[in-house]
Design a binder for this molecule. Sequence first.
Ligand code: ADP
Length: 426
Amino acid sequence: MRIAVLTSGGDSAGMNAAVRAVVKQAIVRGCETYIVREGYEGLVRGNLEANDNGTANGANNDQSGVCTPPRPEDQGVEANLRFGYGGLLRDGEGDSTDPTSGKSLKGRYIVRVGWDDVRGWMGEGGTIIGTARCAAFRTIEGRTTAAHNLIKEGINALVVCGGDGSLTGADKLRAEWPQLVADLLSKGSITAEQAEMYKHLMIVGLVGSIDNDMAMTDLTIGAPTALHRICESMDNISSTASSHSRAFVIEVMGRYCGWLALMAGVSGGADFVFIPECPPTADSWEDEMCAVIKRHREMGKRKTMVIVAEGAHDKNLNPIKPDKVKDILRERLSLDTRVTTLGHTQRGGRPCAYDRVLPTLQGVEAVNALLESTPETPSYMIGIHENKISRVPLVEAVQQTQAVATAISNKDFATATRLRDPEFKE
Ligand code: ADP
């Protein structure tokens, strides 16, 4: 099997550990391993032909691809260990030289990698192979070009590490694959032999997202590190807040998911937390919040911390914004109040220990799932449930995640919470 791995959508800590685990496990299991740079953008751009002069391909370039079926001498652990493109992935431009052919790798987005290429990746933040948002991949033309590029490289299995958008795209690619192959054949872009050889594409999804917003898994890659960053920031804010007896309103990421905000509230000792799934039930959230904070102050607290998730709203779906919360605390409780927006500091930096363990276990499982997949099995998403690595149907997880957003927009907060936690009782 030739396995390619890509990272897509918003970056998250732990994506490099996931790529590393996929590459190493695939090699151990005797597969050839490729990385796709810049997410789906790289899949659509593909590789320059060997005799190209260094200009990047456009999404609609129509190279008549030469199929490169797996060569016997490339297979197995020993052969894979020989690969090593060294600095290729770090310089970002891909203008290193292929040590085997001596040709420039500039303009190559789908790159063969070996054991040495991913050495030291475990503790690196972000994603070294790059990520992007790719409009072309949302179109059938873009996905057809992506399919052509995969076939040209002889790749028949793909691991996608990204959020629900990326996994939706992955599921589409797998579902459409037979049609895409038929279209490429009818256009003469691939031969009948290629169409037969690549009639199935196996796909597995890993969830890389700081928001922890994916259904059917307890935790996503990057969420523990983002929480850790927020918690550190709250510790820093806490000491200055306490010194001046101030209030701080802290906005945290999470889109329409309140996991980061809620966990930050617990781990950082917040007085009040606003999350999308469970808005304040009182007619006036202002009254409800002020009553709680006043009580805490009367009990002797010198500092006040309020967490606002970026998707927070009241029970009528009116957004709750940090500046508004600040004004209320100032006007009604006379608290010297500041707003802190943590922004991208939540995304960046080295992964915490758990964001190394989780993607490593899941990356190994992703390769095992690919090798055990048949055309009849669904595409799997690798999750974690009650501390055990799990395989769930990708399409179900994506649909359930989208159902949460729909329930929130219908003000059906109990359903939204139950979809995330089936054991939730009102
Ligand atoms: P995330 O994966 O973090 O949720 P996005 O929603 O931006 O991030 O998705 C990342 C990429 O996945 C998009 O730029 C696009 O290329 C692809 N994608 C997202 N949704 C779809 C879709 N419905 N169909 C095809 N591709 C999609």
